[in-house]
Design a binder for this molecule. Structure first.
Ligand code: G2H
Length: 250
């Protein structure tokens, strides 16, 4: 049985009062049993406040990024130790905005992932193709290459700390969503790729989230697919009732 997860990627939104307000609203919306783990990823300066505000709730506070380095002269960077010192145990790595805007390479992401995993963190590792790659029929190759180069240095045991997020870049923040069939097709492909390298046991256990314009209106249909184990939600996670409606779509 795999873990279902709905994770809100707040990106560079919400200052401190807005972070506190949004968490308070999410808490108010929480009623009844959730059939998924719930995560939120506020900006780095507010992780500690978010962690404290989420104590005694099912909400796990996760980070949007971390350094591959442990400490030292890396101005502006945040280490895994720093994140752990404020209660964070999971980090998102390899989001397409990190890859495209900040030019993070597969090698850097492999290094970041290794550092995080060595420190006992869970990693939500993102992958996804651009529109041109899909149009050219290269989407499977692109995605499996990202996974191979970022994650195949890990051993079986370390894969227990990995959560995958498939986020087709053409569906991010555009309002355009991959169809449930497109999501399932890619998720099944990813799971087989992991199985070929690590065996069925590891592949069956890894949660694969879908990301890209997930909203309350489309979540249930996407999450119903057998290889979709939840969502990495951007825009819709900034509204408490939409976020919880998505989490209740299982
Ligand atoms: C994809 C997603 C969250 P949105 O980036 O990671 O954002 O739901 O706004 O497309």
């Amino acid at each position: 049985m795999r873990t279902n997860i709905v994770a809100g990627n707040w990106k560079m939104n919400c200052d401190l009062p807005m972070t506190q307000d949004l968490i308070a609203k999410i808490k108010k919306e929480l009623s009844g049993e959730l059939k998924c783990e719930l995560m939120i990823a506020p900006s780095h300066p507010f992780l500690y406040a978010a962690f404290n505000a989420s104590l005694d709730t099912p909400i796990e506070v996760v980070a949007q990024n971390a350094s591959a380095h442990h400490s030292g002269a890396y101005t502006g960077e945040v280490s895994i130790d720093m994140l752990q010192s404020v209660g964070v145990q999971t980090v998102i790595l390899g989001h397409s905005e990190r890859r495209d805007i900040f030019k993070e390479t597969d090698q850097e992401l492999a290094d970041k992932t290794k550092t995080a995993v060595d420190k006992g963190m869970k990693v939500i590792f993102c992958c996804g193709e651009h529109l041109e790659e899909r149009k050219a029929g290269n989407h499977f190759v692109t995605v499996t290459q990202q996974i191979e180069e970022g994650l195949f240095q890990l051993d079986d045991k370390e894969w227990k700390q990995i959560i995958l997020a498939y986020e087709p870049v053409w569906a991010i923040g555009t309002g355009e969503t991959a169809s449930p069939e497109q999501a399932q097709e890619m998720h099944a492909h990813i799971r087989k790729f992991v199985a070929d390298k690590y065996g069925d046991k590891t592949a069956d256990k890894v949660s694969i989230l879908y990301g890209g314009s997930v909203k309350p209106e489309n979540a249930a249909e996407i999450f119903a697919k057998p290889d979709v184990d939840g969502g990495l939600v951007g825009g819709a996670s900034l509204d408490a009732s939409s976020f919880i409606a998505i989490a209740k779509s299982f």
